[in-house]
Ligand binder design. Structure first.
Ligand code: ATP
Ligand code: MG
Length: 395
């Protein structure tokens, strides 16, 4: 019985169409236990109806029947389904055969029906169904997998977005400090100008004088405004990718922190072709630069460095731009270096959360770029500083 797969048979719903009551009953008795279900119809019309009402896997049908004969029933079914169909017949006339071939009938058993023969043919015809079922379940698995992957990716993206905002807010205190420094100088200037007006009032105020003072105040207010705008933009979530020059993004960050870094006596030097343009999320890119130079600032104060320098330089190849941010703040110990891009890794006891560089890496990954870090050694081979290199496509 090698040709009969009983397990498969047991999973099939069979529709059996036969008008002769005696044969029908005998067939039902001998067959029904082999299948999941064995539905019986008494003629072609009844067969068609039961096919439409039930979820049938294979049809076994007689040809010559009242109301609607087997072949006409098959013709009707074939309009919407390629379900396996087996014909049981005593007729071997060529015209039946031709039509049944045209209707893509899957097998023939001759009457009187031999059970073994029939089960064999049904087994053979069911290969199609098994294949279909397999394909379907594979498709289902693939679809679920794809969906799961999509969901996970979306979840991670959401998480990164939240972490980016958290990291921005974690820096809020530091940025407000920087803004305060940034504001002090223009406020002092305005204060002095207003003092000047009242002391000069008696003797030398004329139109020229007023225009000059007004211009100076406007300049200072402009300075205050641009710091304020930078501060607000910093917390904005980017909606779309932008094109901008490296100079733009660095100046934008320096607008916020220049005075603060001056106060700390950290000298920031810019080198190379700053006009190179790149494509990225503008505010996110600012966050990258600010985080890296803030890490340098922390290292300067932790290591009490005297001659504090940050060199930002830009170089490029045909397709890539590299922004290198190099400090002499004491560097990153060898055992720490492999971990610095991990989330929550920090060596700072009090104020570090350790997500700064992790966020930077996710932002750069998202635009298909790379971030690398190398240690800088002094002439006598002592660890002197760190060099962070951001490599992105240039336009
Ligand atoms: N320029 C640098 N010089 C020395 N060490 C650095 C420098 N940049 C990063 N590090 C090291 O890498 C670690 C991870 O940096 P990261 O910016 O991810 O976190 P953090 O600065 O500690 O905390 P957060 O940025 O969340 O406030 C730091 O704790 C520090 O040890
Ligand atoms: Mg940091």
């Amino acid at each position: 019985m090698d040709d009969i797969n009983f397990d498969i048979l047991k999973s099939l719903n069979i529709l059996y169409v036969e008008d002769e009551e005696e044969i029908r009953e005998e067939m039902t008795l001998s067959n029904r236990d082999f299948f999941k279900s064995f539905i019986v119809a008494v003629d072609g019309k009844d067969g068609l109806k039961k096919f439409q009402e039930n979820s049938i896997d294979i049809i076994i049908t007689d040809i010559q029947m009242p109301k609607l004969n087997g072949l006409d029933m098959i013709e009707e079914i074939r309009k919407s389904s390629d379900i396996p169909i087996i014909i049981t017949t005593a007729f071997t006339e060529i015209s039946y055969l031709q039509k049944s071939i045209k209707l893509k009938v899957d097998g023939y058993v001759s009457k009187p029906l031999n059970l073994k023969e029939l089960l064999k043919i049904v087994s053979k015809a069911s290969i199609k169904i098994v294949n279909e079922r397999l394909t379907k379940s594979l498709e289902e698995i693939n679809k679920n997998l794809e969906k799961k992957v999509d969901e996970k990716v979306e979840e991670l993206r959401e998480k990164d977005k939240i972490m980016l905002q958290q990291s921005k807010y974690a820096m809020m205190g530091e940025i407000i400090d920087a803004v305060a420094h940034q504001w002090r100088q223009p406020l002092t200037s305005i204060d002095m100008l207003s003092f000047g007006i009242s002391s000069d009032f008696k003797h030398k105020i004329n139109e020229n004088y007023c225009n000059n003072i007004s211009k100076k105040i406007k300049e200072q207010v402009h300075h205050l405004n641009s710091t304020l705008d930078e501060f607000r933009n910093f917390f904005r979530v980017d909606k779309k990718i932008d094109t901008f020059s490296i100079k733009d993004v660095i100046n934008s960050v320096l607008t916020l922190v220049k005075d603060e870094f001056n106060k700390e006596r950290i000298n920031i030097e810019l080198n190379g072709n700053m006009d190179i343009k790149i494509e990225a999320y503008y505010n996110e890119f600012k966050h990258i630069i600010l985080n890296i130079i803030n890490n340098s600032k922390d290292a300067f104060s932790d290591n009490s460095i005297k001659n504090k320098k940050i060199k930002i330089s830009v170089s490029s190849t045909e397709t890539k731009a590299t922004i290198s941010i190099k400090d002499n703040a004491g560097g990153i110990a060898d055992e720490v270096l492999p971990n610095i891009f991990e989330p929550n890794f920090t060596t700072k006891k009090v104020k570090g959360t350790g997500i700064g560089l992790y966020i930077i890496k996710t932002i750069i990954d998202k635009i298909g770029g790379k971030i690398e870090v190398e240690s800088i050694y002094s002439k006598d081979n002592e660890l002197e500083g760190a060099n962070f290199k951001i490599i992105v496509d240039k336009l």
